[in-house]
Design a protein around this ligand. Structure first.
Ligand code: TXA
Ligand code: MG
Length: 350
């Protein structure tokens, strides 16, 4: 199968993508977080193709992308008022809400769960695509299962070429890490299952009377996550990754020592770090073995380049990766959550 990359401009472009969706085919599309691999969320056979194209375990449910609150109501059997308030405040936006599923949503979408994830992306082309298709679009991130999520059409193509007919190209994704997932199935309680750009603090500030919790699995290593996908190895680069977190100077010193140790042992490490850290390490690390994630402490810049960084050395002869972590404030929690998974838990606090 040939995979076309199309930058949609006219309604005819969106109509073509929508026709493919209605015929049961897969179409990758941009959102403000990462690219999604879309199928008609009401068509079980089309959704089965998503699992096949990604090599995704069948117990890992898909989220449904909707164009507005009305469509969100159609895919859920009960929308508690506090969840509707949450969606009104933060959607369209990087938020996925877990609610009881409507009876007509196929089991394959939800991995057999009685709940469904619903998200309205804050991306003009994504919402126009969903509106034109006229159905909720089931879509996981458009990567091969286990790999870093794609934030450009080229990254989608690297994983999906020959497996899907069409990639809608919307350029680079603005945020770069997946949506915050919140479980809203307990009355008046919002439980964060996956951290993202909508933070605990933002929800608490907007809704002082709603209780906001973190899924225990985000803080306790031996807890089973409530989002099935969070238990799998994820976001992994092709070579082993080690993450160093702490104050800037200590991280720089640790990266320098480890880079030199590995190089002396005949390995070929590369370093993903802030501009400040890489400037300090410039004398010992060749520039082609560095990836610059922006100014230290600029979480937005780090998040936007994170998955590109993790894929950047795929085609090189690098044998391992070292990365500088971030603090856990704001978007930093989402970045560290992804880095922890990408490194298989190899995070060292220095
Ligand atoms: O930003 C995003 O959310 C992107 C873009 C494309 O919208 N999508 C995305 O989908 O990250 P995916 O499939 O890569 O991650 C969805 C996560 C998985 O960990 C899955 O287990 C969890 O959501 N999930 C889906 N339905 C669920 C449910 N009913 N209950 C608990 N977790 C659920
Ligand atoms: Mg994913």
């Amino acid at each position: 199968m040939d995979t076309e990359i199309l930058r949609p401009t006219s309604q005819a472009d969106f109509a073509r993508a929508a026709d493919l969706i209605r015929s049961g085919a897969l179409v990758a599309f941009p959102t403000e977080t990462v690219y999604g691999l879309g199928a008609n969320g009401l068509d079980a056979a089309a959704c089965a193709r998503i699992y096949e194209a990604k090599g995704r375990p069948s117990d890992n449910p898909l989220i449904l992308h909707v164009s507005d609150l009305a469509m969100a109501n159609q895919v859920t059997s009960y929308m508690p008022p506090f969840a509707a308030h949450l969606l009104t405040a933060f959607a369209p936006g990087p938020l996925t809400v877990i609610l009881p599923k409507a009876a007509h949503i196929p089991d394959i979408v939800t991995g057999g769960l009685p709940t469904v994830g619903v998200r309205c992306p804050d991306h003009t082309a994504a919402r126009r695509f969903i509106r034109t298709a006229g159905v909720p679009i089931a879509a996981p991130s458009a990567n091969t299962s286990g790999r870093p999520s794609p934030t450009t059409a080229a990254m989608v193509h690297a994983d999906m070429a020959g497996r899907i007919p069409l990639i809608l190209d919307g350029g680079s994704c603005r945020l770069g890490v997946e949506s915050t997932i919140v479980d809203c199935t307990e009355e008046g309680i919002v439980t964060i299952l996956r951290p993202g750009a909508i933070t605990c603090e933002m929800i608490a500030a907007e809704f002082p009377t709603i209780e906001v919790r973190m899924d225990a699995a985000l803080t306790e290593a031996d807890e089973t996550p409530r989002a099935p996908g969070m238990k799998y190895t994820h976001y992994a680069p092709r070579v082993p990754l080690t993450v160093y977190a702490g104050v800037g100077d200590a991280v720089t010193a640790a990266l320098r020592a480890e880079f030199m140790r590995r190089t002396a042992a005949g390995e070929r490490p590369a370093v993903i770090a802030s501009n400040e850290t890489l400037t300090d390490l410039g004398e010992i690390i060749p520039s082609e073995h560095m990836y610059n994630c922006g100014a230290r402490g600029n979480h937005s810049a780090f998040a936007a380049s994170l998955y590109d960084a993790l894929r950047h050395f795929d085609e090189s002869d690098i044998t391992s990766l070292l990365a500088e972590g971030t603090g856990p404030d704001g978007l930093g929690l989402a970045i560290m959550n992804r880095l922890r998974k990408a490194s298989g838990g190899d995070v060292r606090f220095v």
